[in-house]
Design a binder for this molecule. Structure first.
Ligand code: GAL
Length: 437
């Protein structure tokens, strides 16, 4: 399988820096922390520093802060350093993390998406500790869905603890605004094109988007809508070529949708795109349900009466999922503190404290839904009955190499709007990054 150029560079840097445990490292002294493969559970009360690395800063911080409070009440001797690098979907944090990991300065724990973002990057580079003993001790093998454990595990171990389930394919709107403009939330992209003309004639932007990752985010919803769940999944296991006419049609539809979006997208954060919807400059936004966290927790708007939601057009009955998780990198200063943090992340109390504020649902099957608002309750209901597929933009179905290259293709498409060219470029990067092989 061919690896991405990016990953090859990372791996060769790690080898030359002596960070890669395996193969040529066999002569190294056995006591190196890099040689330890699995976490060791102890009964010792943890102390010292716990540096938590994530991109949950500013508007996105309340849920993490609440989880840290739960942690601090249980482990008062640990000094939590909440190290955040701002930027939605980790656009900046992931680059900083890479520098730190390669520089031999890993935080005690870091945010990472379940799926290929974890497995294809840090696990492939042998940088994480196997958490199987923790999962067994905490009874998590029975509490987390099997499919999710498969996404955070390999035949060699389990590599992170999921804190949530987010839904990616959600269309957000303000019911009062739609009423004022005389339109309804579109169920299909064809409906959207009709509604969009009405909105345009009233001087309203039909669909708000922001910086490039949010456009990638929109793309996966459009791809699912145009292809359907079977063909969407076939893209990731290589059964459909990226140059197939069905996939070219995704780019064509996507280009048409983009013609109904705001011009200043590149300079906006995802929250600012949501703000456009709230203040009535735009009618809709396709964003993950961290938008529900932002609308409810940060802006204090009531779900249902104050803001509304629907599956993104043409995706009713399908749930594009992603999960944030935390793991234990090799070579941290304080693995005991990391383990105690992971325990809280995976616990019922931690999960049901964090998720109602975050807009996500618990990754545990025993969560107390009475603690969640009507949006999250509806997401939980859909998660239980819908067909589940993985997110591209948030690390589930493709590795970081593909995702980085996909962003470059997207930048190109935003300028050229050439569907066939984008499809051809995607075929090349899929081969290069081992997608579907
Ligand atoms: C996603 C992450 C969410 C949320 C979002 C916006 O990648 O999984 O928890 O933080 O980015 O930043």
């Amino acid at each position: 399988m061919k690896k991405s150029i990016g990953l090859l560079i990372v791996l060769s840097l790690m080898v030359s820096a002596g960070l890669f445990a395996g193969g040529q490292e066999e002569e190294k002294a056995p006591a190196s922390p890099m040689d330890v493969e699995q976490v060791v559970l102890t009964d010792k009360a943890p102390s010292g520093d716990l540096e938590l690395f994530s991109w949950w800063a500013g508007d996105e911080a309340p849920a993490l802060e609440a989880l840290i409070k739960v942690y601090e009440s249980k482990y008062p001797n640990v000094n939590v350093i909440n190290a955040t690098v701002t930027g939605g979907s980790g656009v900046n944090a992931k680059a900083v993390l890479k520098t730190r990991m390669l520089g031999g300065d890993p935080p005690e724990t870091f945010q990472v998406h379940a799926g290929q973002e974890l497995i294809g990057t840090w696990v492939a580079a042998n940088r994480m500790l196997d958490l199987t003993p923790l999962f067994e001790k905490e009874g998590w093998m029975d509490v987390f869905p099997k499919d999710l454990i498969n996404l955070i595990g390999t035949d060699k171990g389990i590599w992170s603890v999921p804190v949530n389930i987010h839904r990616s394919n959600v269309l957000w709107y303000i019911p009062d605004n739609l009423k004022k403009w005389g339109v309804e939330a579109p169920k299909t992209w064809d409906d959207f094109f009709t509604v969009a003309e009405t909105l345009k004639s009233k001087g309203v932007v039909p669909l708000a988007v922001a910086q490039t990752w949010t456009v990638n985010h929109l793309w996966e919803s459009v791809a699912l809508g145009v292809l359907g769940a079977d063909d969407y999944e076939a893209l990731w296991n290589g059964e459909i070529s990226w140059t197939d006419p069905r996939v070219v049609k995704v780019w064509e539809t996507f280009g048409k949708i983009l013609s109904y979006t705001n011009m200043d997208a590149a300079s906006l954060s995802w929250q600012q795109a949501t703000d456009m919807v709230v203040i009535g400059d735009a009618a809709f936004n396709v964003m993950g349900d961290w938008a529900a966290g932002y609308l409810s927790t940060t802006l204090n708007i009531e779900p249902g009466s104050g803001y509304g939601w629907a599956p993104s057009p043409d995706t009713s009955g399908v749930f594009i999922f992603l999960a944030d998780s935390f793991g234990c990198p090799k070579g941290t200063n304080n693995p005991d503190a990391t383990l105690s943090w992971l325990k809280v992340c995976g616990s019922k109390e931690g999960s049901d404290t964090f998720n109602p504020l975050k807009g996500s649902i618990s990754a545990r099957t025993d969560s107390d839904l009475s603690l969640y608002n009507v949006y999250s309750q509806s997401a939980a209901k859909d998660f239980a009955k819908d067909r589940i597929v993985g997110s591209l933009a948030h690390g589930v179905v493709a590795n970081e190499g593909f995702m980085n290259d996909f962003s470059t293709v997207m930048e190109m498409f935003l300028t050229s709007r050439n569907a066939q060219q984008a499809a051809n470029a995607c075929q090349a990067i899929a081969i290069q990054n081992g997608i579907g092989k």
